[in-house]
Design a protein around this ligand. Structure first.
Ligand code: CO
Length: 419
C-alpha cells in the first residue's frame, strides 16, 4: 500500500479472543482497528492473563464507541481520551484494553508512513537485541542440562528456576506427576488448580542452586532468577544477600512493589541488580522504584501498562537514572506485544535486555505473520511497516477462547499466598 498523507478515520474496533496454542498457554486478546482508508488496519495486543473476556468487553462496550470516527493518527490524544473515559480508571482490565488499542494505532501510523514503528520512535539505537530464555527442572542437574542446551544455541543470558524438593509445584517449574495430573483435571473441569507453597525451604535452597551452577559453568553464561514475590520481606533481604556472591544478571520480583521500605534496605545492604515491573497496570505504578533508583531493570509489560505510548515515557524516566529496560516477554502474551517490545527496545538508548520466552510452534505461525527473529543470543524484527505483524483473522476465529484458570496458591495451613 503506498504511503498516504490523508488522516485515516477509525471505522471499527474489534477485540478477538483466540487460543491458537490450545490449553498449553492462556488466551490472547487481539485488537483490530479498521480505518476508512482502503486496507489500512492496525493490530495490537490487549492480553491480560486471567481477565481475557473482561478486557474484550472493556474494549468493545466501554471504549470502542469513543473511537469511531476519530483520527487514528492522534495517538496521544486518543490515549488520554480513553484513560479518562471511565470514571473509575486504571487497573489491569482498563489499561490492557488501552494497551492493545495503542499498539494498533502505532501499527496504523507506521503502515501509513511506510515505516517500522522503531523508525517513528527516533530510529534504531542498536542493530540487535540481547535476549534471554528460561529453563527449569525438578533437580539441579536437570537445570544444568537445560542451560547447556540453550548455550549451544547461542544464549548468553539464561533465567534459571528449580523446584523445591518438598513442594509438588512452584513458580515456572515442572510439577510432580501427581500435581500435573491434578492440574490437568482442574483445567478439564474449568476450575483453578490448587497449589501449595512454603517460602522458607525455597529461600534456603536457592543459593545452593547458584553455587552448583557456578561450579559447573564458571562464568560461561550470565544467570538470572525470578522470585515472583513469593517470600516475606525479611526472607527477601536474606535471599538478596545470599545470592549476591553469584553475580546474577538480575534478580526479578524479589518483593511486592508496595514493600518500598524493604526495597530500600536491600539496596543499602546488597549490590545484587534488581528487576521489577511486569505486574504494573499503569504507566505511573511503581514510579517510586524508578525515582529512588531502587531497581536496575524495568520489566513493565507493554500489554498492561498502556502500550508503546506508555513504554517510551517509562523508558525516559529510567534513562535519567541509568535504569535499563527489560520488557516482559513471556509466551502468554501474543506476538504483537513481542513485536512492540522489540520496536521500543531497538529505539530507546537505555536498553538492557529483551525477554523472548515464547516456546511457540507452527500453530502460532498459522495466525500471526511474524514474530521476532532469534539468532546467536539476539533478536531482530523482520523488515516491514508498522509493528510488522499481521493477523489472519479467520485463522484466529478458528481457535476460540478456552477457559484455563490460574492456580490458587496457598500456604500449607491454607492461607492464600501471592501469585
Ligand atoms: Co517475572
Amino acid at each position: 500500500m503506498p504511503p498516504s498523507s490523508a488522516t485515516p478515520l477509525i471505522t471499527a474496533v474489534d477485540a478477538i479472543v483466540t487460543n491458537p496454542m490450545q490449553i498449553a498457554l492462556g488466551n490472547f486478546v487481539l485488537i483490530r482497528i479498521t480505518t476508512d482508508q482502503d486496507g489500512l488496519v492496525g493490530w495490537g495486543d490487549a492480553t491480560c492473563s486471567g481477565s481475557e473476556l473482561a478486557v474484550a468487553t472493556m474494549v468493545e462496550e466501554h471504549l470502542a464507541p469513543a473511537l469511531i470516527g476519530q483520527p487514528a493518527s492522534q495517538i496521544e490524544y486518543l490515549w488520554h481520551t480513553l484513560y479518562h473515559l471511565p470514571y473509575y480508571r486504571s487497573g489491569s482490565v482498563h489499561l490492557s484494553a488501552i494497551s492493545g488499542i495503542d499498539m494498533a494505532l502505532w501499527d496504523i501510523k507506521g503502515k501509513q508512513a511506510g515505516l517500522p514503528v522503531c523508525e517513528l520512535l527516533g530510529g534504531t539505537v542498536r542493530e540487535r537485541l540481547l535476549t534471554y530464555r528460561s529453563v527449569s527442572g525438578r533437580t539441579f542437574e536437570e537445570v544444568l542440562d537445560e542451560v547447556r542446551v540453550l548455550q549451544e544455541t547461542g544464549y548468553q543470558v539464561i533465567k534459571v528456576q528449580v523446584a523445591v524438593p518438598e513442594l509438588a509445584s512452584g513458580y515456572a517449574v515442572p510439577a510432580t506427576a501427581e500435581q500435573q495430573a491434578a492440574n490437568d483435571e482442574a483445567f478439564s473441569r474449568g476450575i483453578p488448580p490448587a497449589e501449595t507453597w512454603e517460602p522458607e525451604p525455597y529461600v534456603r535452597m536457592l543459593p545452593r542452586l547458584f553455587e552448583f551452577l557456578r561450579d559447573e559453568l564458571g562464568d560461561s553464561v550470565q544467570l538470572l532468577h525470578d522470585v515472583h514475590e513469593r517470600v516475606t520481606p525479611s526472607q527477601a533481604l536474606r535471599l538478596a544477600n545470599d545470592l549476591a556472591p553469584f553475580r546474577l544478571f538480575f534478580l526479578e520480583d524479589l518483593l511486592r512493589p508496595e514493600h518500598l521500605d524493604t526495597f530500600r534496605l536491600v539496596r543499602e545492604q546488597s549490590d545484587i541488580p534488581l528487576a521489577m515491573g511486569e505486574v504494573f497496570c499503569n504507566p505511573w505504578e511503581g514510579q517510586d522504584l524508578l525515582f529512588e533508583h531502587l531497581i536496575d531493570y524495568a520489566r513493565h509489560d507493554l500489554a498492561h501498562i498502556g502500550g508503546i505510548t506508555a513504554a517510551r515515557k517509562i523508558a525516559a524516566i529510567c534513562e535519567a537514572r541509568g535504569i535499563l529496560t527489560a520488557w516482559h516477554g513471556p509466551g502468554n502474551i501474543s506476538p504483537l506485544a513481542h513485536m512492540a517490545n522489540a520496536h521500543v527496545s531497538l529505539a530507546v538508548p537505555n536498553f538492557g535486555i529483551q525477554e523472548f520466552d515464547a516456546g511457540w510452534d507452527e500453530r502460532i505461525d498459522a495466525v500471526f505473520s511474524a514474530v521476532p527473529r532469534y539468532a546467536d543470543g539476539h533478536l531482530t524484527v523482520p523488515p516491514g511497516p508498522g509493528l510488522g505483524c499481521d493477523v489472519d483473522f479467520e485463522a484466529a476465529l478458528r481457535h476460540p477462547y478456552v477457559r484455563r484458570m490460574r492456580p490458587t496458591i496457598r500456604r500449607a495451613d491454607g492461607t492464600p499466598w501471592a501469585y
